[in-house]
Design a protein around this ligand. Structure first.
Ligand SMILES: C[S@@+](CC[C@H](N)C(=O)[O-])C[C@H]1O[C@@H](n2cnc3c(N)ncnc32)[C@H](O)[C@@H]1O
Length: 407
């Protein structure tokens, strides 16, 4: 069969063993640097920080490793085509000319996620639709039939990224988002995204070298991510083998198994000798935390307490406190302001100078009621919620603040 080709770029060949290629790791706003550090430790090269993403180079083994072990990545993408398009018709033509049959099976399934910025392409859904049509039309012309769309469980997940007239097509090697670790058996009212929880722990500078406590732990996301870190358990240890790259034509089972074994061999290699404690006022969410911990076989590593944080002293010695208080969707404003006031007072009177507190919230009004001056403020996004991660360095007689914590 002759492949019609009138412009656009051919796809790069499947990488041969050890060949380096470019990858993009997607993350959440504010976690780019910690993700870059994780990738650097895994041997990634040519690392560049992007917006909510990090680009890097490496081989297929690094693609497997980043998927399996990166705690702060949402997905690992492999760019495979770049071109310019100044209209949706041009986008259709360029996409049509790419030899999709080298990637996709005619009987396979695919889906397209899209993001557009600039003035040419203003509707990302429409751009994705045009792209899908071009792929389907090419297959229909060549084979008389086409791969199907599957928005739930597609074999091939493509990302279409358009900035002005610059179009990039990427293959999502992860499939389902990497925040879905597989340990969650029960979900609290407002569980923290696992990638965000891991990112906050890394931003706090916790190096498994002191105790860690979450006084409002809910379903235990921060505690589980901390315990996984302390035990050197790969981020996707509980996920099973649900990765899109396993369905790729170029997938190498032996390499994947050996990367996994290398990563699993590190489990328990840190001599962690500190306490990880959680506390919550709500018994139902605590039971969910317990279920999650039991599933992850981390229930012996984490102590859970029931009650208000006002009565929960941290473990003796140096302790990092990381917490995610309610933001107020279900709580009256007065009660919430009062809760944040109690938090400030607890930090000041119950926690000693050995404690450093990190608190993430999107409630900028309630935040002012903590009454302590944060020593650091980091902007983060939790889904679409604009959040601040505040650090409170405690010392005897912590001063009352005068300025707005959201400054
Ligand atoms: C936003 S949720 C935390 C979610 C948690 N990070 C997770 O991933 O599941 C806030 C938690 O604060 C708890 N909470 C509210 N008031 C409390 C109090 N006075 N003492 C302890 N916990 C409290 C709630 O029960 C809820 O589980």
């Amino acid at each position: 069969m002759i492949i019609e080709r009138a412009g656009g770029k051919d796809l790069p060949k499947n990488p041969i063993k050890g060949e380096q290629f470019k990858m993009i790791a997607k993350t959440m706003m504010g976690l780019e640097e910690v993700l870059a550090e994780e990738l650097r430790e895994m041997g990634a090269e040519n690392i560049e920080l992007l917006t909510r993403a990090v680009s890097f180079t490496g081989d297929m083994r690094l693609l497997y490793r980043a998927n399996y072990s990166c705690r702060t990545a949402l997905a690992i993408l492999k760019p495979f085509a770049e071109f310019e398009a100044n209209s949706t018709d041009e986008l259709y033509d360029q996409v049509y000319r790419l030899p999709w049959e080298k990637i996709l099976d005619v009987d396979g399934t695919f889906m397209i996620d899209s993001s557009c910025s600039g003035e040419i392409f203003t509707h990302s859904y429409y751009a994705a639709l045009k792209t899908k049509d071009a792929i389907a039309d090419r297959f229909r012309k060549m084979f008389g039939r086409r791969p199907s769309i599957d928005t739930e469980n597609a074999e091939y997940k493509f990302n279409l990224h358009i900035a002005d007239n610059h179009v990039t097509l990427l293959l999502n090697s992860s499939g389902e988002s990497l925040h879905k670790r597989g340990y969650r058996q029960g979900v609290g009212v407002a569980p923290l995204n696992e990638v965000l929880a891991a990112g906050i722990i890394k931003l706090s500078g916790w190096k498994c070298d002191c105790h860690l406590m979450d006084p409002m732990c809910g379903s235990g996301t921060i505690l589980i991510e901390a315990a996984m870190l302390a035990n050197n358990i790969p981020a996707q240890y509980y996920r099973g083998d649900r990765f899109s790259f396993k369905r790729w034509k170029e997938f190498n089972l032996l390499d994947w198994k050996s990367v996994k074994e290398e990563e699993n061999r590190k489990i328990g290699s840190l001599d962690f000798e500190y306490e990880i404690w959680g506390n919550d006022i709500d018994m139902t969410v605590l039971q969910q935390a317990e279920k999650n911990l039991e599933y992850a076989k981390l229930h012996h590593d984490v102590m859970l307490y029931h009650g208000s944080f006002v009565d929960q002293k941290p473990p003796e010695g140096r302790c990092i406190i990381i917490t995610n208080p309610p933001y107020g969707e279900r709580i009256k404003v007065d009660d919430l302001n009062n809760l944040y006031e109690q938090l400030g007072s607890t930090f000041k009177h119950l926690y000693g100078s050995d404690c450093q507190v990190w608190l993430i919230t999107s409630d900028f009004e309630a935040m002012k009621h903590i009454g302590l001056k944060p020593s650091k403020k980091i902007a983060l996004l939790n889904g679409s919620l604009d959040c601040r991660l505040l650090q409170f360095q405690l010392y005897e007689g912590s001063p009352k603040h005068t300025s707005d914590a959201t400054d």
